[in-house]
Ligand binder design. Structure first.
Ligand SMILES: C[S@@+](CC[C@H](N)C(=O)[O-])C[C@H]1O[C@@H](n2cnc3c(N)ncnc32)[C@H](O)[C@@H]1O
Length: 229
């Protein structure tokens, strides 16, 4: 309690992760593995990202709750195929690929617009390409496609057929979020997951969950996830 009051959220985050894992994975949830993954998060022993000295780039990294969740759920669900929209510098891709690297399996397909978003994600106009922080060692499990998700996501889904996890973090407009959820839904395997950042920005995630055979959770911090029943 005292640690929490001083700003140490680790225990609270651990409890949130364990609870989310149980809800989303059901009888696939492995309590012993969950404790191991929490230890990995505490140790912070990841394949390092490409970085710029003294700069913390924005994105879902495992020091913040939603980045922890991404690492945790990818370690726990051990997906073979995962799709992500919205890459920017590549921090969330790096987080997911670190989890896949530890799993020793999995491939991540990511879609991002070709130019780094200057407004929120690249205000200093770093002359970099999407996903530049992902180091070579992690790229063997990664395929990055550049273009709008409206154009690329339906084609990618028909190529892949079935996927284990979808993660939305591109344009958070109501229309685009619903478009992406609908574009992937029929390819998500039974027991597969739809994860979304920034679900508080509009009602698309909760509407989608309530109108499809999904069990969803929302984190009070940010983001949400749903499992296909
Ligand atoms: C919030 S950032 C992604 C952050 C990243 N997921 C992370 O956590 O490190 C959003 C990214 O989505 C991209 N984007 C926006 N609209 C898009 C669209 N329609 N299709 C694909 N990418 C899009 C932006 O260019 C930006 O790079």
């Amino acid at each position: 309690m005292v640690r929490y009051a001083r700003g140490d959220k680790r225990m609270l985050h651990d409890i949130m992760l364990l609870r989310a894992g149980k809800i989303l994975l059901g009888n696939r949830y492995d309590a012993k593995k969950a404790r191991t993954v929490l230890k990995e998060l505490r140790a912070g022993d990841f394949i390092p990202m490409n970085s710029l000295p003294g700069k913390e780039l924005p994105g879902n990294r495992p020091t913040y709750f939603f980045g922890k969740f991404l690492y945790f759920i990818v370690r726990m669900a051990a997906p073979e195929v995962m799709v992500e929209t919205g890459v920017a510098h590549g921090v969330s891709s790096w987080t997911i690929l670190n989890a896949m690297h530890r799993n020793g399996k999995g491939k991540l397909y990511s879609i991002d617009l070709p130019n780094l978003d200057l407004q929120s994600y690249n205000p200093e106009n770093l002359q970099k390409t999407s996903g530049w922080v992902v180091p070579d060692l992690l790229r063997q499990r990664w395929e990055l496609r550049l273009g709008s998700s409206v154009e690329l996501l339906p084609t990618l889904m028909s190529e892949l057929g079935a996927i284990d996890i979808f993660f939305h973090d591109s344009d958070h407009s109501y229309e685009n979020m619903l478009f992406e959820f609908n574009a992937v839904f029929h390819g998500v395997k039974s027991g597969g997951l739809i994860i979304s950042d920034d679900v508080h920005k509009n009602t698309s995630f909760s509407e989608f969950v309530h109108t499809h055979p999904l069990n969803g959770i929302r984190f009070f911090t940010k983001g949400g996830a749903a499992v296909l029943r």
